[in-house]
Design a protein around this ligand. Structure first.
Ligand code: IVH
Length: 680
């Protein structure tokens, strides 16, 4: 079928409307359209495009959700190489840099600098052809990068079509900038990974780089990368024909529809640059993204051109870095920890050092590849780093200080806990213990089972779990439910009363919903969000256990990796037996009536962001949060322009004041329950 003129025009109009709304939301941070209206227009466009695939354009907002996974990325040569920046670590080095560039150009009295924040992410090179984004590539080695266009399209603050009024003659434009993960997104991502038993990203930079190189762009779309543009080039044309200064270039980038970091300044002297640097030394900790310094650029393109580049750097710019939170210390031992997924994680045990305000004595070494790469040995002096909330890591080994008698570290061939042979599958970095009855795996899985987001069994801590397993009282989570008072009383520091309380707490966990039980099973990649998605679709464990892998993957938000992990978990005999036992104890392995009501109205709060403040009359924070999340809403900690509702209880503090100043709708607990249809 061929679309009518009206339909062609409508598709165009919808694209434009949606683009404007998305630009206002993601770039300007000033929404112009209700979410519901956006969703409706989006669906209308989706339907039109489904009916007439020829109406789909590369810049259509529907192209941002990601496509089916790629098998690899293609290498591409950059139209203009991506240079790196020379570093200066203090003001003396900055002065030396100024003296150097001054010697290379005819004497100039004053020189204007533009100072920008140095965003700690991953550089991207974007190519636009006649205003349409045609290629996005990683930096690579500066000459060659990888074509990651599919992934770049999912970044909402990168325009798919430029705002091109009056610049139509610019056939080809190259824009460079930094893709990054906002801190909040990074923390949420790592929390989810921790819960799902996956390896954590060491910092937002690694997370951004890892995300950009994801072969499945649908995962990239979910990760909420952001982008700040910082340079603009027109291949084959003198850059000065579009702007004369870096300042003008930043203005132009903004006009074209990019997000430009708004903290850039014009400085008339190095003294002003120094002020900017000092100001951001402390102030950067309040930013919602990571920075690792400031970039100082000569403003004038004419001067930039006169100075040119060295092999690696522009002579007209320098990165003035902040000292990283790093320190040297000695490795006293390399221990191997076995987690609940069986993964063997080597840990460096070090002489304690002060870093970023805390004492650090252990750092993860991730896996044997990382160890080989570092060539770290017991007795080595190493540099450890810790930044903000991030887990400490060993950055490098000071080989020149290595004692003469050290041995390379070898990953054990047998599990240090159960003594069974370990396995490292081809293509995997992780070595695993695969003995399902390994005490370490068992302890880890019980700790996970009783944890707050799973079955939430109060009073069962790490020490108790260790005793239960070591004394042979518990061989699987199902054994928790048959523990007797007599057995418990034999444990250290356990009286009659506490034993009774414990048995009661364990019994009570049988009332927990199916989604928590599923999460508690600790299937790889199944965090609490995924568990909710799965149990919304598969209302009983039998349905899930017999579901086809392709059907599981069909759930919106569930990727191939997750589907495979779930499918395979249910194919293992021991797991089937565990399920049968759990069922026999009376645990809920299906949705009950009440929960079905919730799931059928599941999307009531979809797309809405909530903040809770003060003490609510009946619900505690966690309960309120869970109710909102189950209904598709999002709960954040701080009030911003993006907050839709503030749920207010007694003794509300500054959040209420802020919400009032922003005109955010307030709800009482009763109103919230009413919206959710939860009133009596
Ligand atoms: S300008 C030739 N400006 O820092 C110009 N780079 O250490 C080179 N970066 O690879 C880049 N914020 O990924 C520039 N405002 C900024 C930046 C910035 C972060 C990154 C960029 C570059 C690296 C060099």
């Amino acid at each position: 079928m061929i679309p009518t003129q009206t339909e062609i025009k409508r598709a165009q109009e919808l694209r434009q409307l949606l683009q404007q709304a998305s630009y206002a939301y993601y770039v300007l941070d000033a929404p112009i359209m209700e979410d519901a209206v956006y969703d409706q227009l989006y669906r209308e466009l989706q339907q039109l495009e489904a009916e007439y695939p020829e109406l789909v354009t590369a810049d259509s907002p529907t192209q941002r959700v990601g496509e089916k996974p790629a098998t690899h990325f293609t290498s591409v040569r950059h139209n203009i190489p991506l240079y790196s920046l020379e570093n200066a670590f203090n003001l003396e080095e900055l002065q030396a840099w100024e003296q150097r560039w001054r010697r290379q150009v005819p004497p100039t009295d004053s020189a204007e600098y533009v100072t920008e924040l140095k965003i700690d992410g991953s550089a991207l090179a974007l190519t636009y052809q006649n205003g349409i984004l045609v290629r996005g590539a990683t930096r690579g080695d500066g000459e060659m990068g990888e074509d990651i266009t599919q992934n770049v399209r999912t970044i909402r603050s990168i325009p798919l079509r430029l705002n091109f009024d009056g610049l139509e003659n610019l056939e080809k434009i190259e824009v460079r900038g930094e893709a990054f993960l906002p801190l909040e997104v990074f923390q949420n991502l790592n929390e989810r990974r921790q819960k799902a038993g996956e390896q954590l990203f060491a910092n937002p930079r690694n997370a951004a780089a890892g995300t950009l190189r994801q072969l499945d762009s649908r995962i990239v779309a979910q990760r909420r990368l952001d982008f700040f543009a910082y340079t603009l080039h027109i291949p084959g044309m003198d850059d000065a024909s579009i702007a004369n200064t870096q300042w003008e270039a930043l203005e132009l980038l903004q006009k074209l529809g990019f997000r430009v970091n708004c903290e850039h300044r014009l400085c008339q002297s190095l003294a002003e640059v120094a002020e900017y640097y000092k100001y951001w030394d402390t102030e950067r900790l309040n930013l919602p993204y990571m920075t690792d310094g400031v970039v100082v650029k000569l403003n004038s393109y004419k001067l930039q051109e006169q100075l040119g580049f060295t092999q690696k750097f522009p002579r007209w710019a320098v990165a003035l870095k902040y000292p990283a939170e790093e320190a040297p210390t000695r490795v006293e031992n390399i221990a191997v920890n076995v987690g609940r997924t069986g993964a063997l994680t080597p840990l460096a045990e070090m002489r304690p050092v002060e870093l970023a305000g805390t004492t650090v004595s252990r750092a993860t070494l991730h896996n044997s590849d990382r160890i080989a790469q570092l060539d770290i040995r017991i007795g080595d002096t190493v540099i450890v780093r810790k930044a903000g909330e991030i887990i400490p890591e060993v950055v490098r080994v000071l080989k020149e200080l290595r004692p003469s008698d050290t041995q390379p570290f070898v990953m054990p061939s047998h599990c240090p806990v159960c003594g069974q042979p370990v396995v490292r599958e081809t293509g995997e970095a992780v070595t695993r213990c695969v003995n399902a009855s390994c005490a370490a795996i068992l302890k880890g899985s019980i700790e996970h089972w009783v944890s707050r987001d799973a079955l939430d069994i109060k009073g069962v801590g790490e020490k108790l779990v260790h005793q239960l397993v070591d004394k042979g009282l518990v061989h699987a989570v199902a054994d928790l439910y048959t523990l007797t008072k007599e057995q418990l009383c034999e444990l250290e520091r356990m009286g009659q009363k506490s034993a009774e309380k414990l048995i009661q707490a364990i019994a009570q966990s049988k009332n927990q919903p199916w989604s928590r039980v599923l999460y508690g099973l600790g299937i790889r990649h199944v965090g609490s969000v995924n568990a909710q998605l799965l149990t919304d679709k598969y209302r009983t464990v039998e349905q899930l256990a017999t579901a086809k892998q392709s059907d599981i993957e069909g759930i919106y938000g569930i990727g191939a990796e997750i589907a495979q992990a779930v499918y395979q978990w249910f194919r293992i005999d021991a797991n089937q037996k565990l399920i049968a036992r759990l069922k026999a104890t009376g645990l809920k392995l299906e949705n009950t009536q009440v929960q079905s009501a919730v799931s059928s109205s599941n999307q009531k709060l979809a797309g809405k962001t909530f903040v809770i403040t003060g003490t609510l009359p009946t619900l505690n924070r966690e309960q309120a949060k869970e109710l909102i999340q189950t209904a598709g809403g999002k709960v954040t900690d701080s009030v911003s322009k993006k907050t839709d509702y503030l749920v207010v209880g007694k003794d509300a503090g500054s959040k209420l004041a802020k919400a009032e100043s922003l005109g955010i709708t307030q709800l009482t607990e009763a109103q919230l329950l009413e919206i959710l249809g939860k009133t009596e």
